[in-house]
Write a new protein. Structure first.
Lengths: 465, 330
């Protein structure tokens, strides 16, 4: 249903819009039919009345005698009287010859010019202020001499009867058409009401819902045109439900993650407060410091995740074109002391040409850092980590390949989901951050076990810039 | 319009005094025919019937005169036929009236003038009359004019002949005298007074501007008509004495009508003289006056050259009158 062009369309009733288009269409259609009807009626009335005029003309014609050599016209008064009675008006006649010798009847009747010999023509005219219809016949006076003297016979009648007859017919046509318009309008009104009714039902159904009831609206009973709209609304509501659920879980998990270290800290502080032995206190505070460091790291990761999710990061954290191998090398350099502390090694394999993607540098480093840190943390000392950058079909990929134990099926399925760490040491935020960053650059993250040996491959795949 | 009757009366006296001995010296034309150039029942018919009856009665013709009708344009068609195709028929006389002369004066008789035929005789005088139905709402000429003045379209004026004809002229003169625009009159033309009288009886017209002769003949024949006015100098005698003149009713209009005959232009002098003499003799015969009276006509005897001179004088006078009413003349 297209809306009328221009104007403020908001808040207009659907019925009004329908009326706006349909009523003028009906009026125009009706006006057109009416005009045609009126024209037809006029022609038909004229044709019917003209036929009786023609009869009168022929009657006079038949009564013209030229036997004696003169021009004798026997006027059919009986016919006129009858004619006048039926026509309910006045009848005039005129007979004249082209040589001007004979002129009989209402000599002032308007002449019909340009008649061909033998032609009978009808015309409107005025006679003593009255509208009249004139039938004129012109023919040769002597049938044997078609080019000779012509005789013209005119019969005219006042148009009162004809006009009132015609107006009566036109009035009926108008009334009929008005009735049709009224019926159509009524049917339309009913139709529109019935068509809009499901929408009202829909509104009532939505109004009747509890404020926290976000279950989808039933669409089976709705008009076809409305179903996609309601489905879209249902989808929107579903996303809202999902989002709310995610946020609730995030909050739950975050609280849980932070409460554990807090509880440990309070226990340790309580223990330390009851100690007199300075060494004992120092040892306890040292343990507390470890706990606190873990808590700080978790908090930082939560913040990073929140940052990465903010409007996909693009507005507040502008994206620039980055060389993947440079960013990866930076990350490796940053984590190098940790890698070396575990006596591990890390190699970076990249194509000669720079592989560039569009991303926020800080967030990308954060993502790499988390993946690499996981690889360092969850593998045995002395193992090797390979970072491989490759290009395929317009995308750039970076694989972090370790020699650790890998993940079981359930862990793989939930990789990237927050707080789903395979062990108790990690928060599970690392891969979630990496996934979010990859999505912010229009890419994704793939986690799988190595085929050749035990180990995990975490790949970030994003479109090349 | 007083000059016509004066001339008529002078002529009447003169002819009565000097044509004492008619001599019919030439042979009678074969198959004598009187053409009434209209439908039966009008003034031309009466003129021909008068000739038919009196010529026989007086013994001027031996074989009976046949009356034939050639309607069309109040004599126009017949005039054209006589001047065009039947130029030399010795036995054919055609009736004419003042109306014929008025039409001639306006060129309504086609290309021909009054010089194109030979005028034989004037056999009587008639007067214009206003005729209505016997039970008409109109009782006087002034009442009629009042009604026309109030609503010109309400009164249908019937007349023999179209606009410019003598009947129209009578109506126009009356209208002018009443202060009515004569062009606004609703006017219906007929092929002679007879047709108009028929239409009047049928109620198709309100009034006929006819002549005394044909109207009174119709009334005498039982037609339910009455005369509202006669366009004569004085009241007419006899049964017409009860009809007021137009002048009496405030309309100073006189319309005497000469009635007579003409023959074709190539009719020989001998035949022309024969007809002229025959009429002269007949008009002096004892029964002629009674024949006129019976037909509500009045004496206006003229024959031969006297008739021709009279016709020429009348045509000149009618041209002036037609011009006065804005009609075309030639």
């Amino acid at each position: 249903m297209s809306m009328p062009a221009g104007g403020d369309r908001s808040g207009r009733r659907l019925a009004v819009t329908l009326g706006f288009w349909i009523v003028p269409a009906i009026v125009v259609a009706m006006a057109t039919t009416l005009w045609f009807s009126a024209t037809t009626i006029r022609e038909m009335a004229d044709s019917a009345y003209d036929r009786s005029l023609a009869g009168a003309v022929r009657a006079i014609d038949a009564n013209i005698s030229t036997e004696s050599g003169g021009v004798g016209v026997e006027l059919p008064y009986n016919l006129f009287a009858f004619f006048q009675l039926t026509a309910q008006g006045k009848v005039y006649f005129n007979v004249s010859t082209s040589d001007g010798l004979v002129q009989i009847g209402d000599v002032l009747l308007p002449q019909t010019g340009g008649l061909a010999s033998g032609e009978l023509r009808f015309e409107d005219g005025t006679y003593f202020g009255e509208q009249i219809r004139i039938g004129t016949l012109k023919r040769p006076l002597d049938a044997g001499k078609p080019e000779g003297t012509q005789i013209t016979i005119q019969v005219a009648e006042t148009k009162v009867s004809r006009t009132s007859f015609r107006n009566e017919l036109i009035l009926r046509a108008v009334l009929r058409d008005l009735l049709v318009v009224a019926v159509i309008a009524a049917l339309l009104a009913v139709g529109v009401f019935l068509a809009v009714k499901p929408l009202n039902r829909l509104r009532e159904a939505i109004d009747a819902k509890e404020p926290d009831d976000l279950t989808p609206v039933e669409v089976s009973s709705l008009p076809l045109e409305v179903i996609p709209l309601v489905q879209a609304m249902n989808g929107l509501m579903q996303r809202t439900v999902d989002q709310a659920e995610q946020q609730r879980r995030f909050l739950d998990d975050a609280s849980h993650q932070l409460r554990t270290p807090m509880t440990i800290l309070r226990t340790q502080i309580d223990y330390a407060l009851h100690q007199d032995n300075l060494g004992e206190i120092r040892q306890t505070l040292g343990a507390s410091r470890d706990v606190l460091e873990r808590a700080v790291r978790t908090t930082n990761q939560l913040l990073a995740l929140a940052k990465a999710r903010t409007h996909q990061g693009t507005e507040i954290y502008p994206q620039t074109v980055l060389n993947l191998s440079e960013t990866a090398a930076d990350t490796i350099r940053t984590l190098w002391p940790r890698i070396r502390a575990r006596r591990m090694d890390c190699v970076l394999e990249a194509p000669d040409d720079p592989v560039c993607i569009l991303a926020n540098e800080g967030l990308l480093q954060e993502a790499f850092m988390n993946i690499l840190d996981n690889a360092v943390s969850y593998t045995q000392e002395g193992s090797l980590i390979a970072v491989v950058i490759r290009q395929q079909d317009g995308t750039a990929a970076i694989d972090f390949i370790d020699e650790g134990p890998g993940m079981n099926a359930e862990e793989l399925a939930h990789a990237g989901t927050r707080f789903r760490s395979g062990n108790t040491k990690g928060s599970g935020l690392g891969l979630a951050i990496a996934l979010t960053v990859a999505r912010a650059s229009g890419g994704t993250m793939v986690v799988k076990n190595r085929d050749d040996r035990s180990g995990l491959i975490v790949s970030i795949v994003v479109p090349e810039a | 319009m007083t000059f016509v009757p004066r001339a008529v009366m002078t002529a009447a006296l003169a002819s009565a005094a000097f044509w004492a001995t008619p001599s019919i010296a030439f042979a009678e034309p074969k198959n004598p025919e009187c053409v009434a150039p209209a439908q039966p029942g009008g003034g031309f018919d009466i003129t021909c019937k008068l000739a038919q009856a009196t010529l026989q009665e007086s013994g001027a013709v031996k074989s009976p005169v046949r009356v034939s009708y050639m309607p069309g344009g109040i004599g126009a068609v017949a005039y054209n036929a006589i001047v065009g195709q039947r130029r030399a028929e010795p036995g054919t006389i055609v009736a004419f009236s003042a109306g014929s002369l008025l039409n001639l004066a306006q060129g309504k008789f086609g290309a021909y003038t009054e010089k194109d035929v030979r005028w034989v005789a004037s056999v009587g005088a008639d007067y214009g009359a206003v005729v209505v139905q016997e039970n008409s709402e109109f009782t006087s000429l002034s009442g009629l004019m009042e009604a026309i003045k109030k609503d010109p379209t309400s009164v249908i004026i019937g007349a023999g002949g179209t606009i410019g004809s003598q009947d129209w002229m009578k109506a126009a003169m009356a209208a002018r005298a009443a202060g009515i625009d004569y062009k606004a009159m609703r006017f219906v033309a007929f092929e002679g007074g007879g047709d108009c009288a028929t239409a009047l009886q049928g109620g198709h017209v309100s009034v006929c501007m006819n002549d005394v002769g044909d109207s009174q003949a119709a009334i005498d024949g039982g037609a339910p008509l009455k005369l509202l006015a006669i366009f004569s100098e004085q009241r007419l005698p006899g049964k017409l004495a009860g009809v007021p003149t137009a002048a009496e009713q405030g309309f100073d209009i006189k319309w005497p009508i000469v009635r007579g005959f003409y023959v074709g232009p190539e009719v020989s002098d001998a035949d022309y003289k024969w007809w002229s003499d025959a009429f002269a003799a007949t008009m002096k015969s004892p029964g002629y006056e009674e024949a006129l009276r019976k037909r509500n006509l009045f004496p206006l005897p003229m024959t031969g050259e006297e008739t021709t001179a009279f016709v020429k004088k009348q045509v000149v006078a009618y041209k002036a009158l037609a011009a006065e009413f804005g009609l075309a003349t030639k």
